[in-house]
Design a protein around this ligand. Structure first.
Ligand SMILES: *Cc1c(COP(=O)(O)O)cnc(C)c1O
Ligand code: SF4
Length: 362
């Protein structure tokens, strides 16, 4: 998960609106435009909480903090789907799921070293919407929309509402892939690629499958965890319906996110033959203890998901209050190795601009 264009990069220009504008529109406008034919997962997106007052009320938290959250979230608005809300403990400001979506006042403090584009992805664009940092793998930014707004996201300063999926940009990316026989794997990222409707993703998958040198189709997504109903027949059909090997890297940071509905969605993916991996971000107050990491990674294994990466936080402006020192991260890793089977221990890595791969920290 590491790519977001800076607002001055060539593919950050405003593009025409599509159905995905629902994600960032005011709630009243969304309701007026919603159709009776939308899928359950699309209704979840539509019904997501965007108003901090509603979030705090739903969770029985003090109303004064809601006003503060509204101010802190001015440039990266709150966005919480109902299915995720149900997993947050009421009345608990320290809840690890709540902390991931709470626009805390600390976000507005400026901290030296925390910038708008910490991973310098703008420098790695092959063309608009397509990035290559590493050998054999290219990453396509199919949309700017997400099913949740994670406060620590390194893409948080991107103008989300100006980057709907765009056929012209996609076609250009497909053309570039076709002309580069060194690329064996295409990674769909964003934003979250699974906020795009299946009919469009299916067309894209077919175009990839028609490129002889492509072997794998990888999806980087939080949707199976945020809105498990997203894993439906249509998705499984295009993801597993081509000659490409399907790989999905989900993003879960805490065992409490992985309830029975998520378990069922992951089981469907696994039974359909999708290789399932997880990446997490090491976050202060969310999962920066050995117990939290052990619970998360063992729960993932029980659900058929292999822990892949534990990412050191990218130092994006507004996220300093989530940072855990690398020293502390290494201590956690050391203890995890002692406690867990080797296959349940993720690699602790950092995205360092200019490196030929994610850099191992422990
Ligand atoms: C992280 C990342 C990848 C994937 O790297 P893996 O180590 O293969 O998971 C690919 N492209 C970009 C630009 C990335 O940031
Ligand atoms: S889902 Fe991923 S891209 Fe979207 S806000 Fe969360 S971390 Fe960022």
């Amino acid at each position: 998960m590491v790519v977001w264009p800076r607002s001055d990069s060539p593919y950050a220009k405003p593009l025409p609106q599509t159905e995905l504008s629902i994600l960032t529109s005011p709630e009243s406008a969304v309701r007026a435009r919603s159709t009776a034919t939308s899928a359950p997962w699309q209704r979840e997106l539509r019904d997501s909480i965007r108003d901090p007052r509603r979030l705090f009320e739903a969770l029985g938290l003090p109303a004064e903090l809601a006003a503060e959250a509204a101010a802190a979230g001015a440039d990266f608005p709150l966005f919480v789907p109902p299915s995720y809300l149900r997993r947050i403990e009421r009345g608990n400001l320290a809840d690890p799921l709540f902390r991931q979506v709470w626009p805390a006042a600390a976000e507005t403090e400026s901290v030296v070293g925390f910038t708008d584009d910490p991973v310098e992805d703008a420098a790695f664009a092959l063309r608009p919407g397509l990035l290559q940092k590493y050998a054999g793998r290219a990453l396509m930014v199919v949309t700017g929309a997400c099913a949740i707004h994670c406060r620590y996201c390194f893409r948080r300063h991107f103008p989300y509402d100006e980057s709907p999926p765009n056929e012209r940009v996609w076609a250009g990316a497909v053309e570039t892939l076709r002309n580069d026989p060194t690329i064996e794997e295409i990674i769909l990222s964003g934003g979250d690629p699974l906020t795009v409707v299946d009919s469009r993703l299916a067309r894209l998958a077919e175009q990839f499958a028609a490129i002889p040198h492509l072997r794998r189709l990888r999806i980087h997504t939080r949707l199976p965890v945020m809105i498990p109903s997203r894993v439906n027949d249509e998705l499984l059909a295009w993801l597993t319906g081509t000659r490409l090997t399907p790989v999905m890297v989900i993003h879960s940071n805490h065992a409490q996110e992985l309830d029975a509905e998520v378990a069922a969605a992951l089981r469907r993916l696994r039974e359909a033959g999708v290789l399932l991996l997880n990446q997490a971000v090491l976050l202060r107050g969310v999962n920066d203890t050995v117990d939290a990491q052990a619970d998360l990674n063992l729960r993932l294994i029980d659900l058929g998901v292999t822990p892949y990466y534990l990412n050191q936080l990218d130092r994006v402006r507004g996220s300093a209050h989530f940072e855990v020192s690398v020293e502390r991260g290494r201590e956690i890793m050391k203890e995890l190795r002692r406690r867990l089977p080797g296959y349940a221990v993720p690699r602790y890595v950092q995205d360092q601009p200019g490196a030929a791969h994610k850099v191992a920290l422990a």
